[in-house]
Design a protein around this ligand. Structure first.
Ligand SMILES: [Zn+2]
Length: 492
């Protein structure tokens, strides 16, 4: 008997807007596709949150004994600047600016992406396919859609005919839009535009002479439209219909809407049974954007090299912080929120580290079996990690009472408690027990704060020799002090 046979999972399906009982297409097997990054810059923290949510979901399915095929692609061609239908490829633009081969850009940022995800303790997906590795499959799908009459060719480009598709299908059903409204709200097509209707989207784009990322096709040299790669790769590795498709909320329209249209036009059936969308991450209450300076990279959080946080935070701590919010809620990251979360994280890790040495008694003061099921119930309810973490803290409370001698636990309940805490904290939430490292970082933080205080006093007494000595010797140890309006902070 597998664990999954004892649990009923409910998933919020973005397609229906309802929480539905999850039944995989093939018993014991799950096919899951998540739209991966476009590798033209360092991975965003917001994207990390999205991928982390699906990593947690992947981990839970595996824990339950499911055989999961998890496909997360790398977009290395076809994604144009501003997610637009015309213009430059994001990767080609970066390559032009930095005078690199496009594939050097792809390699550089794929390595960065993997490095950051590894620090966050992600499990690798089962398959990580690339758009450029599936040009042939994409061309085959375009041929099929053309043959079925849902696309047309114009001057070496091929466009999906949204109006035609909408006559027999429902374009906009995922994002809750109606084609009539979309048409009413768009301006007239420019005279030089090849499209029949502004809602039509490119399946294949003719490459202008200066466009360096190009492939031969039946319609001439060009490159695939951005939405097509996900249809090609999900169909190839998971089949014409599969269980779960995930991604960030911002991909619902047009990207996922177009994926549905392409797959339905090509295969005649709906591609995905459960659509899941992860919500965004804000910083200090505002949308993250490089242009406004309200932005932070994961590496800058880990090192403390930024002007937003007072100290460095470990990847596992940041992961814990993100898991404290439900994946469908907006999460705001700030210095205060991270500091508060760090206290909880250290408390949890300390309690887990001490369970083994708890004294064993004749009875247990709380029902460990019931508590264990409540942890599963939280996860079964659309992967509710904040509730799960609250349950883990219920156990922490009992662990501390047993430590003090106010409660007792039997040897067998203690075993069950150790196993369950381990399963949910490390295997499912994906946290890492770097307890000693965390305690050390807390101590280090205390020592640095003390030195900052002494330096401040020295400066107030005009003892600049001492204040400079503190700053320089800390710098020699790799600890940089930064003086700002709000006081002095440090980075490692
Ligand atoms: Zn996609």
């Amino acid at each position: 008997m597998h664990l999954y046979q004892q649990q009923t999972i409910k998933i919020h399906n973005s397609l229906t807007g309802k929480k539905e009982v999850f039944v995989p297409l093939n018993e014991g097997h799950i096919g899951m596709y998540v739209c991966g990054p476009t590798v033209y810059s360092n991975v965003h923290l917001g994207n990390c949150r999205t991928f982390m949510s699906f990593d947690m979901i992947f981990r839970y399915f595996k824990h339950l004994g499911y055989n999961v095929r998890y496909v997360r692609n790398i977009t290395d061609a076809g994604h144009l600047v501003d997610d637009a239908e015309e213009g430059e490829d994001k990767i080609a633009k970066k390559a032009r600016l930095e005078q690199l081969e496009p594939m050097e850009v792809v390699q550089r940022y794929t390595v960065d992406f993997h490095n950051i995800l590894e620090k966050f303790n992600f499990l690798p997906p089962s398959i990580e396919p690339t758009a450029t590795g599936h040009i042939i499959e994409q061309i085959e799908i375009i041929k099929e859609i053309l043959e079925k009459g849902f696309a047309y060719e114009r001057n070496g480009s091929v466009y999906f005919d949204v109006v035609k598709f909408n006559e027999s299908h429902e374009y906009g059903k995922l994002s809750g839009r109606k084609l009539e409204d979309m048409i009413a709200n768009t301006r007239e097509l420019a005279a030089q535009d090849d499209k029949k209707s502004p809602q039509d989207f490119a399946l294949w784009k003719k490459a202008e002479p200066q466009h360096i990322m190009r492939w031969p096709s039946p319609w001439g040299d060009g490159f695939p439209g951005w939405h097509l790669e996900c249809t090609a790769m999900s169909t190839k590795y998971l089949g014409e219909t599969f269980d779960i498709h995930g991604g960030g909320m911002d991909l619902k329209f047009p990207h996922h809407e177009c994926e549905i249209a392409q797959a339905e036009a090509c295969n005649g059936q709906s591609p995905v049974r459960y659509w899941m969308h992860a919500n965004m991450l804000t910083l200090n209450g505002k949308k993250m954007a490089k242009s406004t300076g309200n932005s932070i990279l994961p590496g800058e959080i880990f090192s403390g090299e930024n002007n937003i946080l007072s100290k460095p935070f470990s990847p596992s701590m940041v992961r814990f912080f993100m898991m404290q919010a439900h994946y469908t809620s907006i999460l705001d990251i700030s210095n205060d929120a991270l500091l508060a979360s760090e206290k909880g994280f250290n408390k949890l890790m300390e309690a887990i580290g001490s369970i083994k040495s708890l004294p064993e008694g004749k009875a247990t003061d709380f029902n460990v079996k019931e508590w264990k099921q409540s942890c599963y119930d939280a996860m079964n309810d659309d992967f509710n990690t904040p509730i799960l973490i609250a349950k883990l803290f219920d156990a922490v409370k009992h662990i501390n009472l047993i430590k003090e001698g106010s409660e007792t636990i039997t040897a067998s309940d203690k075993e069950l408690l150790i196993q369950t805490m381990h399963d949910f904290t490390f295997d499912i939430l994906g946290l890492e027990n770097k307890q000693s490292a965390n305690v050390d970082s807390e101590k280090l933080s205390g020592v640095v704060e003390l030195l900052i205080e002494l330096r401040k006093e020295a400066r107030e007494n005009k003892d600049f020799a001492t204040s400079d000595k503190i700053r320089d010797q800390l710098a020699d140890l790799g600890i940089q002090l930064k003086d700002g309006k709000e006081g002095t902070t440090y980075s490692l």
